[in-house]
Design a protein around this ligand. Structure first.
Ligand code: SF4
Ligand SMILES: [Zn+2]
Length: 111
C-alpha cells in the first residue's frame, strides 16, 4: 500500500517530522545548509514508513502506534530526535505542535 502524502492528515505528519528533524540536525550537527547526510537518510526512511503506513489516513501518531514499523535502530534514533526537538517545537512551530498533540488522541484502528 502506498499512502498519498498529499492527504491533509498525512501531509501534517510529514511536515511535523520534517520540522523536528531539521531542529535536531541544525542544533546537534550544524550542517552548512539543509540536513546532514545522516539526518537526510533518516528522513528518507521516515518518509517511506509514512507512505507505507498500514493505517493510512487513520494512522495514530507513531509514538502511540501499537505496531511500530521502524527498525530498532531507527526507533532509537527517532526517540532521541523527538526528545530533543519536541519541546523546541512548541516555541518554533506552536500550531504544528498543537495539531500533532491533538492527533495524539487518535486511536489506531483495529488490526
Ligand atoms: S510506527 Fe505505526 S503509525 Fe508510524 S508509520 Fe509505522 S505503522 Fe504507521
Ligand atoms: Zn544531522
Amino acid at each position: 500500500m502506498k499512502n498519498d502524502l498529499v492527504n491533509p492528515r498525512l501531509a501534517r505528519e510529514w511536515q511535523t517530522m520534517t520540522a523536528m528533524v531539521r531542529i535536531f540536525c541544525r542544533d546537534q550537527h550544524h550542517p552548512d545548509e539543509g540536513l546532514c547526510a545522516e539526518c537526510q537518510q533518516f528522513l528518507d526512511y521516515a518518509g517511506v514508513r509514512l507512505e507505507r503506513c498500514r493505517f493510512g489516513v487513520e494512522k495514530p501518531t507513531c509514538a502511540k502506534c501499537p505496531v511500530h514499523c521502524y527498525q530498532r535502530e531507527r526507533r532509537e534514533q527517532v526517540r532521541a530526535m523527538m526528545r530533543y526537538a519536541g519541546p523546541r517545537m512548541l516555541w518554533e512551530h506552536p500550531v504544528m505542535s498543537l495539531r500533532h498533540w491533538l492527533d495524539g488522541f487518535r486511536k489506531a484502528p483495529e488490526i
